[in-house]
Write a protein that binds this ligand. Sequence first.
Ligand code: PLP
Length: 403
Amino acid sequence: MSDAALRARAARVIPGGMWGHLNAARLPANYPQFFTRGDGGRVWDADGRDYVDLMCSWGPVVLGHRDPVVEAAAARQAADGDCLNGPAPVLVELAERLVDRIPHADWAMFQKNGTDATTTCVTIARAATGRRTVLVASGSYHGAAPWCTPVPAGTTDSDRAHQLRFTYNDPASLGQAADAAGGDLAAIIVTAFRHDNVVDQELATADFARTARALCDRHGALLIIDEVRAGFRLHRGGSWEALGVRPDLSAWSKAIANGHPLAAVTGSAAHREAARCVFVTGSFWCAAVPMAAAVATLDQLDARDVIPHIERLGLRLRQELGALARARGVGLRQSGPVQMPLFLFDDDPDFAKGFAFCAAALDHGAYLHPRHTMFLCAAHSQSDIDRVLHAAECGLRAVRRLG
Ligand SMILES: Cc1ncc(COP(=O)(O)O)c(C=O)c1O
């Protein structure tokens, strides 16, 4: 069935035709709403068109769609059972894998979505300290629960009580927020790098990361790194390892199981008791198939040396696309880690240029996003990057035509 026919049916039975960030109405008009297949670094839409996929399911796909090793591990577990009366042995195996690989981690707990993991971290931090106030960077996304959703419809002021804001990468504003929290500071929660919607991405500076750690130590508060988007793409064990800063708690999801639904919280020994005493759970949090997929994914990330591969491809894309844009006199800003790029255009307040760029690129076989982090994966090849560069060149011509 065609994308148009599916949309017409969905309009009758799904509020808005699709909810949240996945509503294709937020994208250029030629973008598909429905996908029928993914394989390696490609996806197919309901009309049978295939694209080099630079969204990777918004991050979860890190090895490639339907990775054979991961799917074989998932199938073996599925043959025994997925949703049982309690966890399968693979729960312990996965927790051991995380504790072995993540330097700050002495224990792990599992959930389904990134929002579950960030919310669990905040709950543990409050339980650990007996305090309420959490510092959250303005504009950072930590999920869609009432305490953190960026769209306040249906939430109350009290859902967001006991939060103070700071500016990402601004140690002074972090210090001011910590002072304002005074003796009530429970935690600082911070994304692994600045990847707020529609603004240039920024890696965390060492000064900012060290200030966050020092403030938490001084106030007896917990440092939480939200690794949901960046986790396992920047560093094998923790995105701030390169900065020499370790958190007390980390929230993981997306890439952890190569597309299978899983999230995790890891924590240091000092907070084991707080993690034990909070009551956090869900009917599907112990499902064994995603955990088997996660064990295989983590092993394959190492076996295939994925991070250097996606860095190489991302660097080539950044350099060659930058040269194409300069040659055409188009003001294109590429930001963030090369393996998680964002493309924004100068003088583009309403995203007309970004939309024209992505619409043309889509027509030439590359699925990009006009204002969100994109993702490279292990299955992408140099020839995929060739195709993306060709599609992007068509996109740049479309931007030029806008004047
Ligand atoms: C940094 C970050 N935290 C939390 C979340 C929420 O994850 P989920 O959508 O799986 O609940 C996201 C999702 O994009 C994210 O990027």
